[in-house]
Design a protein around this ligand. Structure first.
Ligand code: AMP
Ligand code: ZN
Length: 650
């Protein structure tokens, strides 16, 4: 028979192991149910036998009583900042300079520069002693109770000597998204969220923020390490999460390639990074390199282009889209974000405006990620104290045609079928690259032609003549003949492009393709019944209804007939898909694409769907909450892309 103490000890060790697998290794080894049962059992035993309660028990992570203030903690080792570089030339200069100082060649380890809050954590006799924020580098705040709520930070470790480490407390993008979308007062970015959560007086709130901790340096330890990589390995062996992407390089050309890879990776990492940190691998050179007044010489940061800046909202305009949805768009004081000048940011819809609490004149955080349209993540400050100044009021009528508007879910739509804004957008859509692809007829030209009343409907485009175009300001023989030729070329098109070009609500490229394959002929599609349409795998009731409405509309019918006189359908070119012949795993979820839709796409394109990631997998396509299948792909170095990237590629 085990004694109570033995039972408690065994449960603590067991749950510690589960936590480590789940939170540090991202590799759960028990079901949630089993975990909960063990946890409850431990809680019960501890309650009944408080004398055996261990300080490193996982039940101590839920957060104790709120504090009235943090106490200061003087750092045993100064927490230095880092000098920054912005180019490979800077890095080369740095290497040359330090080589002279240390009188030796060296290797550099490139680590991710994690964007959270820097911390010092101390262990004595294998137990977490304290955790402190960086503060000014010399004195920080004692945030031990908060740190204990971070599940990836071990409360006890195998190493029994004194150990002082440094690492970053972070909030994952996925957690940030979840917390921020529910919050009355959203955080500007993951860094503020991590810092704000760490410097919370109530540890119970910190616990809800689900922070992570990644260790990256040993500040002091009884063991001497020859290399920085050895230190990282030691941290890993002691149960810390470390940056799995860290890599040692001898040549700066290799570092340059690595930077490119990291830049691409950045979009898919759940942790925000703002650069790389390069550290000398050989530890005996650290002392030799020494420190400047604020930073070590044995390490340097390479900053990636920022993805967020603050700027002023000069105005908010209402844009009416092709389907009548009215979108509030912020006109910004131009700001350079990572090399691109941003002047507009979408506010998505009026619910979002309300949630952000944004008003005209505010200073806001603007974020740009990948090629996505810049978005406002939060208000930095209201420059006008009067809360009624600059308020953004949802329109009661269409800003373009004054037509009635209707609220549908979070959207407000103009209901006027003749709305000129809708019409213009539809014509622009019709000629766009993914629709009829009229190469030389740009959005702006379409706008002018529509404004002048020369083009009223898509079919008018095919009646344009040379004189009409030469009449426009700045149009010469050459550009006019380019336009006319590209209009002529566009008459030869595929059925799926044509269906897509019609701009029927909800009929994107994918559905247009489905319809084209299923019916193969526009007349057959026109005669399709609601039941037939709903019966197609991948088409929902709403889209089916939109199709029926479209084909029953008299005016649409006459326009369609005119277009059909002009269009010369070509065989649906079966384009060789980039993934044909490949073995593909789909994991995680996506708000717009169901698993089955994606499976269909893959099969149609000649790919094979696999259930789990293995050595012969060619590609892993992942959405939100992707788990072990994605992790395995990374371990096996298999190509991965998000569902959005995948859809974009096809
Ligand atoms: P800066 O804030 O620009 O002075 O950069 C220094 C900060 O980089 C430190 O305070 C750490 O919080 C952070 N940092 C993130 N990742 C690392 C890393 N792998 N090694 C060292 N510092 C890091
Ligand atoms: Zn309108």
């Amino acid at each position: 028979m085990k004694s109570v103490k033995e039972k408690i000890d065994a449960l603590v060790e067991e749950i510690k192991k589960y936590d480590h697998n789940y939170y540090v290794l991202d590799n759960p080894i028990v079901s949630d149910h089993e975990y909960d049962m063990k946890y409850k059992e431990l809680e019960r035993l501890e309650k009944e036998n408080p004398e055996f309660l261990r300080l490193d028990s996982p039940t101590k992570r839920i957060g104790g009583e709120p504090l009235s203030e943090f106490s200061n903690l003087t750092h045993e080792k100064r927490l230095y900042s880092l000098d920054n570089t912005y180019s490979i030339e800077d890095i080369n200069k740095y290497i040359e300079k330090v080589k002279k100082i240390v009188e030796s060649d060296f290797t550099l380890v490139a680590e991710l520069k994690l964007d959270g809050i820097s911390m010092a954590v101390k262990y004595i006799g294998g137990k977490l002693e304290y955790a402190a924020t960086r503060g000014n580098g010399k004195v920080g705040e004692n945030v031990t109770e908060n740190a204990k709520t971070i599940k990836s930070l071990p409360l006890s470790i195998p190493y029994k000597g004194e150990l002082l480490i440094r690492g970053e407390a972070l909030m994952r993008h996925s957690v940030f998204k979840e917390i921020n979308s529910k919050s009355e007062k959203p955080f500007a970015n993951v860094r503020n969220a991590a810092a704000g959560s760490m410097r919370q007086l109530n540890p119970k709130i910190t616990a809800q923020r689900k922070l992570d901790f990644i260790a990256y340096d040993i500040l002091s330890c009884g063991i001497f390490f020859e290399t920085h990589t050895d230190e990282l390995r030691f941290l890993k062996e002691n149960g810390f999460r470390i940056d799995e992407y860290s890599k040692a390089f001898k040549e700066s050309e290799e570092i340059e390639k690595h930077i490119d890879r990291v830049l691409k990776k950045r979009e898919t990492l759940d942790f925000e990074i703002d650069g790389l940190v390069l550290k000398i691998e050989e530890k005996n050179l650290w002392e030799k390199a020494g420190y400047t007044s604020k930073a070590p010489r044995f390490a340097i940061a390479y900053k990636l282009p920022a993805r967020q800046e603050t700027t002023l909202v000069e105005d908010v305009i209402f844009q009416v889209g092709r389907t009548g949805v009215i979108t509030p768009v912020a006109k910004l004081k131009p700001v350079n974000i990572g090399g691109v000048v941003v002047q507009h940011a979408t506010l998505h819809n009026f619910e979002e405006v309300k949630r952000l609490g944004v008003r005209k004149g505010d200073r806001v955080f603007v974020q740009r990620a990948g090629d996505v349209i810049p978005k406002i993540t939060s208000v930095a400050e209201h420059l006008n104290d009067d809360m009624f100044v600059g308020v953004i009021i949802p329109p009661k009528e269409c800003p373009v045609c004054n037509g009635d508007v209707k609220k549908e879910e979070v959207y407000i739509r103009c209901t006027n079928p003749d709305c000129p804004a809708k019409n213009l957008r539809q014509i622009q859509h019709f000629v766009s690259k993914t629709a009829l692809d009229i190469e030389f007829l740009g959005e702006k030209t379409v706008e002018i032609l529509v404004e002048r009343g020369i083009v009223k409907r898509p079919s008018d485009i095919f009646r344009l003549n040379k004189d009409q175009l030469l009449d426009l300001e700045g149009f010469k023989e050459k550009s006019v003949s380019n336009i006319l030729n590209s209009i002529d070329d566009s008459k030869k098109t595929s059925l799926s492009r044509f269906i897509y070009a019609l701009g029927i609500d909800g009929v994107g490229e994918y559905i247009a393709n489905l319809l084209s394959e299923r019916f193969g002929d526009i007349e057959k599609l026109r005669e399709a019944t609601l039941e037939e349409l709903i019966g197609i795998n991948g088409i929902g009731e709403k889209v089916a209804k939109n199709l029926i409405d479209y084909f029953e509309d008299d005016r649409k019918e006459s326009e369609l007939n005119e277009l059909l006189e002009i269009i010369d359908f070509q065989e649906n070119q079966t384009v060789e898909k980039f993934f044909s012949g490949k073995k593909i795993v789909v994991t995680g979820s996506h708000p717009d694409y169901k698993r089955n839709d994606l499976f269909d796409i893959i099969k149609r394109g000649g790919g094979t769907v696999q259930n789990s990631t293995g050595k012969n997998t060619d590609l892993v396509v992942y959405g939100e909450k992707a788990g072990s299948k994605l992790k395995k792909a990374k371990d096996l170095n298999i190509e991965t892309m998000t569902i959005d990237e995948f859809i974009e590629r096809i």
